[in-house]
Design a protein around this ligand. Structure first.
Ligand code: NAP
Length: 283
């Protein structure tokens, strides 16, 4: 069966919009997300536009700060610091990757944990690892929502995650572990990758290699989640070879229309949660 991320995402956005409305009624202000983009990368510009449009769709306020490649790093740091101290701002997001020459981890370190709606900060990642999450990275959180939508009990399942990035693979593995799966993480140095993938009841692929996972690498009846977004000859495709894997999978996400639509929805969710938490902490 196909897992329709678009539909799951639309249902969640409707719920988020209701909660945003409640928040505004009781707090007299809208939750607010600030987005910073540096340079002219077309994909990054599209992502930022979609994030701003997502905010409008659920009734949130957004602020956008656009800098040319070459803008002194200190100016960007000053903007983050001023947003960090701005009581009306709930979430701060720096669109990655930054152009060459900028110190990504330094700039991200200026975002306070309470406004880190991407869930990238060491504290937020550490809390997830300790089984006490606060803000969780949007894409893996979206995957957990898609898995929940299948209705399958995750407990005790063999989950295999391909990829170990700090933004997708690692938080994904920790979320599955917290959901009581038995988790294996594979990466570019894994020897005998297929032996692991063939044992997976749940296979999450986030490696950035077009159509890498083929039908012979997948167990009959597995749930297959394709996080990859690749452009091949102008067309989008995932890290999973959909045509050969789909007949074996019990559930599978398409690309596009699977995991992708969930990521921004989870960003909106994280921003709403950050706004609520910040207001509660004032009391
Ligand atoms: P990344 O930072 O480049 O990490 C890729 C990971 O894949 C690394 O851990 C790497 O291993 C591993 N890898 C590479 N080749 C491999 C191979 N042949 N076998 C096994 N593992 C291999 O990428 P990312 O940011 O995690 O993103 C992964 C994919 O997801 C990309 O296609 C990206 O566009 C997509 N993505 C989609 C969304 C969404 O909203 N749908 C969001 C984020 C990312 P090493 O650590 O050993 O190098």
């Amino acid at each position: 069966m196909l897992i329709y991320g678009k539909q799951v995402s639309a249902n969640l956005r409707a719920k988020i919009a209701d909660k945003v409305n409640d928040f505004e009624s009781s707090m007299g202000r809208k939750p607010c997300l600030a987005v910073i983009i540096v340079g002219e990368d077309p994909a990054s510009k599209t992502y930022v536009k979609n994030k701003i449009n997502g905010c409008a769709e659920v009734g949130m306020k957004s602020l956008s700060f656009e800098y040319p490649d070459g803008e002194p790093q200190q100016n960007i740091a000053d903007t983050i610091n001023s947003l960090a101290n701005d009581d009306g701002v709930d979430g701060i997001l720096v669109q990655l990757p930054l152009p060459k020459g900028y110190d990504e981890s330094y700039l991200l370190s200026l975002i306070p944990d309470s406004k880190d709606v991407d869930g990238f900060s060491p504290n937020n990642l550490g809390r997830l690892a300790m089984g006490n999450p606060r803000t969780v990275s949007c894409t893996p959180l979206g995957v957990m929502n898609l898995l929940a939508d299948t209705g399958v009990d995750l407990q005790g399942k063999n989950a295999v995650v391909l990829g170990r990035s700090n933004t997708v693979g690692k938080p994904m593995a920790m979320l599955l572990l917290n959901a009581n799966c038995t988790v294996t993480v594979c990466h570019s140095r894994t020897v005998g990758l297929e032996e692991f993938t063939r044992k997976a009841d749940i296979l999450v692929v986030a490696i950035g290699k077009p159509k890498f996972v083929t039908g012979d690498m997948v167990k009959e009846g597995a749930i297959v989640i394709d996080v990859g977004i690749n452009r091949v000859e102008g067309k989008l495709c995932g890290d999973v070879d959909f045509d050969s894997v789909e007949p074996k999978a019990s559930f599978i996400t398409p690309v596009p229309g699977g995991v992708g639509p969930m990521t921004i929805t989870m960003l909106l969710y994280n921003t709403l949660c950050a706004a609520v938490d910040r207001e509660l902490n004032k009391r």
